[in-house]
Design a protein around this ligand. Structure first.
Ligand code: C2E
Ligand code: CA
Ligand code: CA
Length: 633
């Protein structure tokens, strides 16, 4: 019988620091010194911080275990971590279970001594002859310590055999190297971009690796990702703008702490987005996800105190499921949970499970948002079309409205009603309007050079009014292109104006002062607040097409249009009716004193190149009409 640590020539020096204190006996033993007990407590804390215990098997470690087994020609090999009272196998080959009692385990001796250990025959060793391993028929054991950079031994890289045998010095040197390889893997995984510094939680990369490992586990268990999104992106941006990013950090620390406190120590919690967390649940062990969601919801809803300032959270949760050998990738599993949370937010509910229809819509929205930046730089994708506006008293075309068109390379023509409201919620509203203004002014200059004199109308988003330099930039652009701001009309919706009360008056006054016309678009579709309108420096209202389009045969809509025209005139505003589709409605509007009309009856939005031809035909027709020969005017 021999039970040896090999001599020092076999303990190749790996340059690691010596342990702060090397216990000589098992720390749980009654004769353990206070220093040994303290060392063991620190060692266990290190082990737990590495979050290795009770995680799934992983190919990165299994590969090393296989190599060790092959090298020794031994059927059993394991990466065995020494927990408080058990040896737990991060990787194992040739054994059925994943743990053994720590007591009488040779690996525990390796941990306690931080030294190589060879037991040629367990049955003849006084410490191991009646150990669980020996009783299970194991005879040979060789182990090398798994030592951290800080000098703590976490366990052993070991090989075992059913027959007694010896280990050569070369074999033991290789086992020692395998142990070092395991430790590099452990420390690399732990260090390398896997922990979020703000929350101290493992991050998205770590989650994706764990999910991949779980998908390889042959247990067929259904697992759940519960995604918690504590703030919508717009609110997050507002908080950063108003209070600074340090405040957001405080918010992350507060919310992650709340979630952590409501979970058991062994439930996986990951920080996967700026203000979002993923919980990895095994429902059999952790209980149904809905129970957990119901516990989390009240804690994460309502006002949350951060650095002494209350913040209204708007938490939503999304759920996705996966199991062993699922064909979907870990990133897709997480994306589905995020998509479900987005759907919950869009639907105004607290929780949602993955729904393919919502997912497709989210993906399309996401594609539109990400692809628009490319479109801005690609002349083949974006263009303006123009819809003429005609004065009812003279029949002349006085202006055109510039309307954006997007020909997406894969999705085809995307309606502006779909992509513009999306972009308006983001900072892309600025380059969007800038692109439209530049293109429209350039086109205006081309027409002017051909002798066409008219105004061009540009649609402006609510977000543009939040840009403090919006008016100044527009003026500079006009100056650079030698265009008078009189040539431009800017169209704002009522909603844009009302949601930006503080910024609006100043910006509009600046714009009006430089000579732009200001139109209130879609009037009558929303608030229709005449009292508010009176306080704005607007020059024009555009009556919403929803009640102009089908006013024929609808006395209520006709009366509404008549009243609105009268009130707007009373406020000294010019009135444009949009959506004029019939000659009948055109005559009615003229009888009501409406100033201008725009709509399919006059002309659909047309390409810039087609406009001069249309205008020539329109003017010819108009001359005849004015002379009482024919035509609507
Ligand atoms: P909008 O500003 O109210 O523009 C008028 C919309 O009504 C245009 O739709 C136009 O094609 C349509 N229209 C005009 N006359 C008639 C008619 O007689 N009947 C019917 N059924 N429809 C008519 P479009 O081009 O699809 O634009 C939809 C909306 O997208 C616009 O509504 C505007 O809110 C937004 N939009 C379009 N271009 C831009 C842009 O360059 N910037 C911004 N911020 N928004 C834009
Ligand atoms: Ca408009
Ligand atoms: Ca409109």
């Amino acid at each position: 019988m021999t039970a040896t640590g090999l001599d020092s020539t076999h303990r190749s020096d790996d340059g690691r620091a010596a342990p702060p204190c090397l216990p000589v006996s098992a720390p749980a033993s009654p004769d353990a010194t206070p220093a040994a007990l303290a060392h063991e407590a620190a060692r266990l804390a290190t082990l737990r911080d590495l979050r290795l215990l009770d995680t799934p098997q992983s190919e990165a470690f299994d590969r090393i275990t296989r190599m060790a087994s092959r090298l020794f020609g031994a059927p059993i090999a394991a990466i065995s971590l020494t927990d408080g009272d058990r040896q737990w196998f991060k990787s194992h080959l040739g054994t059925a279970g994943r743990e053994l009692p720590r007591h009488q385990a040779p690996c525990a001796t390796v941990t306690d001594t931080s030294d190589l250990l060879v037991v040629e025959d367990l049955l003849t060793h006084p410490g191991f002859f009646d150990s669980p391993l020996a009783l299970a028929g194991i005879r040979f054991y060789a182990g090398a310590p798994l030592r951290t950079r800080d000098g703590y031994t976490l366990g052993a890289m070991c090989v075992l055999d059913h027959t007694p045998r010896t280990a050569t010095a070369d074999e033991m040197a290789a086992l020692h190297d395998f142990a070092a390889l395991v430790m590099s893997q452990i420390e690399l995984q732990h260090d390398f971009g896997r922990i979020d510094v703000m929350s101290g939680l493992p991050n998205r990369h770590e989650l994706l690796d764990i999910v991949a490992d779980m998908q390889r586990a042959p247990d067929n268990a259904v697992r759940v990702i519960l995604l918690i999104d504590a703030l919508d992106p717009q609110r997050m941006q507002e908080i950063v703008n108003a209070l600074g990013s340090a405040y957001l950090d405080a918010f992350v620390r507060a919310t992650s702490r709340i979630v952590k406190d409501l979970l058991t120590a062994r439930t996986g919690l990951y920080h996967v987005g700026p203000t979002s967390y993923a919980i990895l649940l095994d429902e059999e062990a952790d209980g149904p996800w809905r129970d957990l969601a119901d516990r989390l919801s009240p804690a994460l809803t309502g006002s949350l105190m951060c650095s002494g300032i209350p913040i209204a959270t708007n938490t939503v949760m999304g759920v996705s499921f996966f199991k062993s050998y699922d064909p979907i990738s870990p990133a897709e599993v997480l994306r589905i949970a995020v998509s479900a949370a987005d759907s919950a937010r869009a639907a105004g509910v607290a929780q949602a499970i993955y729904n393919p229809a919502n997912d497709a819509a989210n993906r399309r929205r996401f594609a539109l948002l990400t692809d628009f930046s490319l479109a801005l730089a690609d002349p083949a994708q974006l263009r303006l079309v123009y819809q003429p506006r005609v004065a009812l008293d003279t029949g002349q075309c006085v202006s055109v409205e510039a309307l954006l068109r997007w020909e997406h390379p894969l999705l085809g023509n995307v309606p502006p009603g779909e992509f513009i409201p999306l972009l308006e919620q983001t900072s892309l509203a600025r380059p969007l309007t800038e692109w439209v203004a530049t293109s429209a002014l350039r086109q205006w200059a081309i027409w002017r050079n051909r002798g066409l004199v008219l105004r061009v109308s540009i649609n402006v988003s609510a977000r543009n009014l939040e840009e403090p330099d919006f008016a100044q930039r527009l003026l500079r652009q006009c100056q650079e292109m030698h265009i008078s701001p009189n040539a431009i009309e800017l169209e704002f919706t009522e909603g844009a104006l009302i949601s930006n009360v503080d910024n609006v008056r100043e910006q509009l006054s600046d714009l009006k002062a430089i000579g732009c016309e200001i139109a209130i678009d879609d009037f009558g579709s929303g608030y229709s607040n005449f009292a508010y309108l009176q306080t704005l420096p607007a020059t024009t209202v555009k009556l919403d097409q929803s009640f102009i389009q089908d006013m024929d045969g609808d006395p209520r809509k006709q009366q509404l249009a008549r009243s609105m025209i009268a009130i707007a005139h009373d406020l000294d505003l010019r009135v444009v009716a949009e959506g004029v589709e019939t000659e009948h409605s055109l005559h009615y509007l003229r009888a009501c004193g409406c100033d201008e009309v725009q709509g399919y009856f006059i002309c659909r939005p047309i390409e810039a190149a087609a406009f001069p031809g249309w205008l020539a035909r329109h003017e010819a027709g108009n001359r005849l009409a004015q002379n009482g020969v024919a035509g609507a005017f």
